[in-house]
Structures are given as structure tokens and as C-alpha cells.
Design a protein around this ligand. Structure first.
Ligand code: NAP
Length: 254
């Protein structure tokens, strides 16, 4: 009997599964270095600054995909339940411990906290190949004055870059609700698109690979100047296919 060709979805799902299993197997084993040559790339140490609703949900997806994750908080002892739910690849620490630990940092804090984080950890963050900026300036939470200042600096992407000079920043996941992430990740059929914006080619490539590994399709919509559109309430916000994001992005002005 002839072998039926796999349809594209099945093939993609198999590749994802194989990548996840291989990453888990190789993460701590003697072939950890080899894992870097795997298609899609091997495990990357991820530290989250902020482990609330969004940081907790995203870090959990990365831990479950085989990446070592350190969640951080100013009160890491309060993260025990999150760590337990995220599984054996997850642990918790202080913000400093997470920054020291991480190759990739997820910045998932109220926007008002970024200035202080930049003062305390900016130098070390600038040594990382990727700082994924998931944080948004929200008037209701952060105050109108802060949002005005951010807008005067060109919006969330450029303002984050100013507070974290030298960091390789990519904005991503800014307007997908924390409660939806687990369900949307690895969605059967067409993956959910994640608009991203960044100026550094290598950081963008690393962000793209990590986003694919948790079952989303990254869509680069522009440089950090376009990051101002990656906030709740814009045409790019919410759940869209990659093609819908490309179409919406084409109508945006820097
Ligand atoms: N929630 C969503 O659905 C969603 C979706 C997309 C993007 N976002 C964005 O993600 C960011 C976080 O939102 P969230 O809903 O996850 O908030 P959250 O549940 O209130 O969590 C905020 C986190 O930030 C940490 N934090 C606050 N100030 C800090 C500081 N000065 N230094 C270090 N850590 C600090 C808190 O840690 P401590 O334990 O130390 O207080 C906490 O872990 C926001 O900018 C939001 O706009 C949220």
C-alpha cells in the first residue's frame, strides 16, 4: 500500500513534538552543546523580570517547551505555586538572580518599573542577546503623565530602548491576554500570529525561534519605532492569523 503523504499540519505538529522532546532530552545531557545545532535550536536559559499574570503564563510555556526558566519577583518565595505548575524546568529567584541566570530576559512588568530596572540591571541586560519587552504603558495603571512621556519618546519600543540602553530589545506578546496564552499556544491548524518589532537582526531571529517553539507564528512588523503599535487597543492587538497581522501592519505608519 502506498504511504500517504502527511498533510502540512501533521508534518508541522510532528516536527514541533520532535523538537520539544529532543530539547528536553538534550537540555541537561552530555550533548547540550550539540543541541544548539538542532533544527529550531536548543534550550535557552530564560529569566523573567515579572512573574505575574503575563510573565507567569509565558514563562510556563517556555519551561514546558524545554527551556530552563527562572521566574523572578521581589518576593520569590511567593512563586512556589507557579514554579510547581510550570514543571521541572522552572525555578524562582530574585530579579538579580534571574538576570544573572538568563541568556534571554522576558521583561513583563508595569511600564513604570522599567526605569528602575534599567538603573539597576541595565548594564547586565545589555550583554544579553535578547530582552523581550512584553510591557505596556497603560494610562489607567501607569498614569497619564507616564504615557505622555512615553509617547513623546516615540512610543513603547523606543522608550524601553532609552531606559535600557544597549539592550537587544524585541517587543512581543504585548496584546495577547495572559488567560488565553496556554490555550492559543500550539493551536491545531493555523498558528496564532504574534506581531514583533525590533531593530537588532540577531535578537529578532532569536525571538522568532523562541516564539515558534511555543507554538505561535512570529510576524516582524518593523523596527522598535513600530513597537508603539504593539500595545492593547490597536489593529494588531488580540488574536489574529499571521496574514491578518501582515495586512494590519501594512496600514500602520511609523
Ligand atoms: N496581563 C495580561 O494579559 C498582559 C498581556 C500582555 C502584556 N501585558 C503587560 O505585561 C506587564 C505585566 O502585566 P501583568 O498583568 O503580568 O501584571 P501583574 O500580574 O501585576 O505582574 C506584574 C509583575 O511585575 C513585577 N514587578 C512590578 N514592579 C517591579 C519592579 N520594580 N521590579 C521587578 N519586578 C516588578 C511584579 O513582581 P513583584 O512580585 O516583585 O511585585 C509582578 O511579578 C504589563 O506591562 C502589561 O501591560 C499584560
Amino acid at each position: 500500500m502506498p504511504t500517504l503523504p502527511l498533510d502540512p499540519i501533521t508534518r508541522r505538529d510532528l516536527l514541533r513534538l520532535a523538537g520539544g522532546v529532543a530539547a528536553l532530552a538534550l537540555a541537561a545531557g552530555p550533548f547540550a552543546a550539540l543541541a544548539q545545532n538542532m533544527p529550531g535550536g536548543g534550550p535557552v536559559k530564560i529569566g523573567t523580570i515579572g512573574a505575574g499574570r503575563e510573565g507567569g503564563a509565558l514563562g510556563t510555556l517556555f519551561a514546558k517547551a524545554g527551556h530552563p526558566v527562572m521566574f523572578s519577583s521581589r518576593h520569590p518565595e511567593q512563586l512556589n505555586d507557579l514554579v510547581a505548575a510550570a514543571g521541572p524546568n522552572a525555578k524562582a529567584g530574585t530579579v538579580k538572580q534571574a538576570v544573572d541566570f538568563a541568556d534571554v530576559v522576558l521583561l513583563v512588568v508595569p511600564y513604570t518599573a522599567i526605569e528602575e530596572i534599567g538603573r539597576e540591571y541595565g548594564k547586565e541586560l545589555a550583554t544579553k542577546p535578547l530582552v523581550m519587552d512584553i510591557s505596556n504603558p497603560i494610562p489607567r495603571r501607569d498614569g497619564e503623565a507616564l504615557v505622555k512621556t512615553v509617547n513623546e519618546q516615540g512610543g513603547a519600543g523606543l522608550a524601553t530602548a532609552k531606559m535600557l540602553p544597549g539592550s537587544h530589545i524585541v517587543r512581543a506578546f504585548n496584546a495577547v491576554g495572559s488567560g488565553q496564552l496556554a490555550q492559543l499556544a500550539n493551536r491545531p491548524g493555523e498558528p496564532v500570529g504574534i506581531p514583533i518589532a525590533g531593530d537588532d537582526k540577531n535578537a529578532v531571529a532569536l525571538a522568532e525561534r523562541l516564539i515558534k517553539q511555543i507554538g505561535f507564528e512570529p510576524v516582524l512588523v518593523g523596527g522598535l519605532a513600530v513597537g508603539k503599535h504593539l500595545v492593547p487597543g490597536t489593529p494588531l492587538a488580540g488574536v489574529h492569523t499571521p496574514e491578518e497581522i501582515r495586512q494590519a501592519a501594512a496600514t500602520l505608519k511609523e
